[in-house]
Design a protein around this ligand. Structure first.
Ligand code: ZN
Length: 440
C-alpha cells in the first residue's frame, strides 16, 4: 500500500472510527489492543518475550500483567536495544548513522526502510529510536487527524519549526496541505522573512520560538495570521501561552510528543488530552493527592521498536474538572516538565529532602509582579536559587515580594530556605531547550 493511502487510512481511523462512547468503551478497547499487541511483540522480540512471559491463552488481564512488571526506562531500552527491536538493527550501526545525520544535517540516510532518530539528552544518556515507513505514515495520519482544524480538504500552509529535520516530518504532505520545514538553527530574521512570504495558516514551533515570533508580530515586523498555533517540544509556561496567544489572537494548542511517542494533543477547547486511543497510560502518582503522576506508556501500535510499560521522566498534572469536549481521554492541566527539574531542599526536620514541583515555584514568581515578561529560576547543586526576571518597560521587579513568596512556599513544604539570588535575565538562545524552571 502506498504511503499516502496509509496516511489517509490512519487519518480516517483516528478522526472518525476511534471515538469512544465513554471511559468504559475506551478501557475495553485498550485491553483488546493490548492483548493483540503484546502477543505480536512477544513473538517478535526476544527481550520482550522474556520480559512479558505471556500466558499461552488469552484468558488474562493485560493491564494486570503490565502492572505486575517493573517499568522499563531509557537505560534498559538502550541496554537491550539489539534484542528488543523487531527489525534486527544493531545499536552500534544505528548510533553511527544518527550521529552523522546530526552532524551533516542530512537526515535522508536510513537502514532499509527504517529511519533512525536520536533523543536529546546528556551524552551517554541519549536514546535511539527506530521508525519504519509504515509507522511514519501512521504518525502523519494521526497528527493530521488530531491537529488540522478544517480536515484534509482545506488548504493549509503549515510552518513547522524543528530542532532537526527527519523523514518523519516530511511524510506529512498531501495535495492541499503544504508543509514547510524551518531549522531552528537559522537566524530569526531569516525565519521572519520566510514566514512573511509563506503566510502560514498553521504555525508549529517550540514555545521559545513562538515567543520570539510573537515579539516580532507585536512590533509589526511580522504580520501573519495563522488560524492555529501549536506548541511542541518544550514545556509551555502559562506566561508564554498567554503572550503568544494574545499576539496571534489564537488559543495556543499543544502537541505532547517525544521520541518515545505521540503522547497527547489539545482538543478544540485547548485542553491537552492523552492519546489513549494510541497508548495505554499507567499512572505512577508522585503526590499523595494523586493529582500529579509520571506516565508509564505502552504504545498499542508501534512495532519496530515496541514501547511497552515504558516510564517517561515527565510529571503531568491532571485536570480537575472534565473538559467540555466530553472526550473520555484523560485531560491534563499541565506538563510540569522533567522529573529531574523538581527542586530539592534540605528538610527542616533533618530527615529527608523536600521536593517542590515547578508549578509552586512558578506561582511564587508570578506573585512578584503582573508585568513579568520572562523569567528563569535555576537551582544550583548547592541548592541555592538563582532568579532571573525581565519585566515589561520600566516596571520595578519586586525582589522582596518574590523572595518572601519563595520562602513561604519552601517553608510550607517543610524545607530549609537556601540563598535566593537575583541576576539579570539571560535571553534564551540557540538549540538548547527553553526551561524556565531548571535544576542544574
Ligand atoms: Zn477536551
Amino acid at each position: 500500500m502506498t504511503n499516502k493511502l496509509r496516511v489517509l487510512q490512519w487519518y480516517m481511523r483516528t478522526k472518525y472510527f476511534r471515538r469512544f462512547r465513554d471511559e468504559r468503551a475506551l478501557m475495553e478497547w485498550q485491553e483488546r489492543q493490548l492483548k493483540r499487541h503484546l502477543r505480536f511483540v512477544s513473538d517478535h522480540s526476544l527481550f520482550y518475550s522474556y520480559y512479558l512471559q505471556l500466558p499461552s491463552t488469552n484468558g488474562y488481564s493485560a493491564k494486570e500483567l503490565l502492572a505486575s512488571l517493573t517499568p522499563i526506562d531509557k537505560r534498559v531500552m538502550m541496554d537491550h536495544f539489539d534484542t528488543l527491536n523487531t527489525v534486527g538493527i544493531q545499536k552500534e550501526e544505528a548510533f553511527m548513522m544518527a550521529l552523522s545525520s546530526e552532524e551533516t544535517r542530512d537526515f535522508s540516510p536510513r537502514i532499509g526502510t527504517m529511519t533512525i532518530g536520536m533523543s536529546s539528552g546528556t551524552s551517554g544518556n541519549r536514546g535511539l529510536f527506530l521508525v519504519s515507513d509504515d509507522e511514519q505514515s501512521q504518525w502523519a495520519g494521526i497528527i493530521l487527524a488530531k491537529l488540522l482544524p478544517h480536515g484534509l480538504l482545506a488548504k493549509e500552509r503549515i510552518a513547522f519549526f524543528l530542532r532537526a529535520n527527519s523523514n518523519l516530518y516530511e511524510s506529512v504532505q498531501s495535495g492541499t496541505i503544504k508543509f514547510h520545514f524551518y531549522d531552528l538553527l537559522h537566524s530569526l530574521q531569516q525565519h521572519v522573512d520566510n514566514l512573511q512570504q509563506l503566510q502560514p495558516t498553521i504555525l508549529v514551533a517550540p514555545p521559545s520560538m513562538l515567543r520570539m515570533l510573537a515579539v516580532q508580530q507585536a512590533d509589526s515586523k511580522l504580520t501573519i495570521a495563522p488560524r492555529k498555533v501549536i506548541s511542541v517540544a518544550e514545556v509551555l509556561d502559562p506566561l508564554d501561552e498567554e503572550f503568544i496567544g494574545r499576539q496571534f489572537g489564537q488559543t495556543v494548542h499543544q502537541v505532547y510528543q517525544c521520541t518515545e511517542g505521540l503522547l497527547g494533543a489539545t482538543c478544540e477547547h485547548g485542553t491537552l488530552h492523552l492519546n489513549e486511543d494510541l497508548l495505554y497510560v499507567k499512572r505512577e502518582y508522585v503526590t499523595a493527592d494523586r493529582k500529579k503522576f509520571m506516565p508509564i506508556v505502552t504504545d498499542l501500535f508501534r512495532s519496530s521498536q515496541p514501547i511497552i510499560n515504558y516510564r517517561l521522566n515527565d510529571i503531568l498534572t491532571l485536570r480537575e474538572d472534565p473538559c467540555p469536549c466530553g472526550s473520555p481521554l484523560t485531560a491534563i492541566s499541565q506538563i510540569e516538565g522533567r522529573s529531574d527539574d523538581i527542586f530539592e531542599f534540605l528538610s527542616s526536620s533533618g530527615e529527608e529532602k523536600v521536593s517542590i514541583f515547578p508549578d509552586f515555584i512558578r506561582q511564587s514568581i508570578y506573585s512578584g509582579s503582573d508585568r513579568i515578561d520572562e523569567y528563569k529560576v535555576l537551582q544550583h547543586p548547592s541548592r541555592d536559587l538563582e532568579v532571573q526576571i525581565q519585566v515589561q518597560g520600566d516596571a520595578p521587579i519586586q525582589e522582596d515580594t518574590i523572595t518572601a513568596s519563595l520562602t513561604r512556599t519552601i517553608r510550607s513544604h517543610g524545607g530549609v530556605v537556601p540563598n535566593i539570588n537575583f541576576t539579570p535575565y539571560e535571553p534564551h538562545q540557540g538549540l538548547k531547550k527553553l526551561k524556565r524552571i531548571e535544576r542544574l
